[in-house]
Design a protein around this ligand. Structure first.
Ligand SMILES: Cc1cc2nc3c(=O)[nH]c(=O)nc-3n(C[C@H](O)[C@H](O)[C@H](O)COP(=O)(O)O)c2cc1C
Length: 177
């Protein structure tokens, strides 16, 4: 069974990640979920645990399995890492080499898995030159981006920044895993 590492961050689109997890599981993939603290303000780990039938990782130091160092074993096990939705913050952290929580540490420790990042944020945030520079930096290092779409955003603005369609994300992941 191929394993998808689904990283969920603190965007209003976090609820859509539950449907992604659901679809991957139904398509026969194993899905491990890591959530940031902010993501848990939007959706609970229990939702993902119920859909994936696996424990959900939220803490760096919980060390859920005493026989292994969890962040390394999770990184080794992943065949593909999907960050969806990806906040401006997580993109900046990955681009800057920060590893101060479970998600960023596992992403830094990835072995062979390609990383697909699905930004979701307000248009002004997405167009911010720092965010754009971080995206270019990551692309130059081999990270893949699934572009956000133009839509009426949750904040009321109309513009680019909405999470890509789930069909687009599922297609990209399943074709490249
Ligand atoms: C209601 C609400 C919606 C938010 N939506 C987004 C979003 O879509 N994209 C984003 O980059 N940040 C968004 N944020 C801000 C992030 O939650 C904040 O930057 C947080 O520090 C991100 O942490 P994380 O990257 O560790 O998950 C939102 C905040 C709130 C209160």
């Amino acid at each position: 069974m191929k394993n998808i590492l689904l990283c969920v961050t603190g965007s209003i689109a976090a609820y859509k990640a539950a449907e992604l997890a659901n679809r991957f599981v139904k398509d026969g993939y194993g899905v491990d979920v890591i959530m940031t603290d902010s993501a848990q303000e939007f959706i609970t780990p229990l939702t993902f645990q119920s859909l994936t039938k696996r424990k959900v990782y939220t803490s760096m130091f919980a060390e859920y399995e005493p026989s292994q160092v969890e962040h390394i074993s999770l990184a080794k096990k992943a065949d593909l890492c999907l960050v969806a939705p990806a906040t401006a913050n997580i993109i900046g952290k990955i681009a800057s080499g920060i590893a101060d929580d479970m998600m960023t540490t596992v992403i830094m420790a990835l072995d062979h898995a390609p990383v697909y990042i699905c930004p979701a944020m307000n248009t002004k945030m997405y167009e911010n030159p720092i965010v754009q520079k971080n995206i270019k930096t990551l692309e130059s290092l081999g990270y893949h981006f699934i572009e956000p779409k133009e839509s009426l955003l949750a904040c009321g603005d109309l513009g680019k920044g909405a999470l890509a369609d789930l069909d687009t994300i599922v297609k990209e992941v399943t074709e490249n895993i």
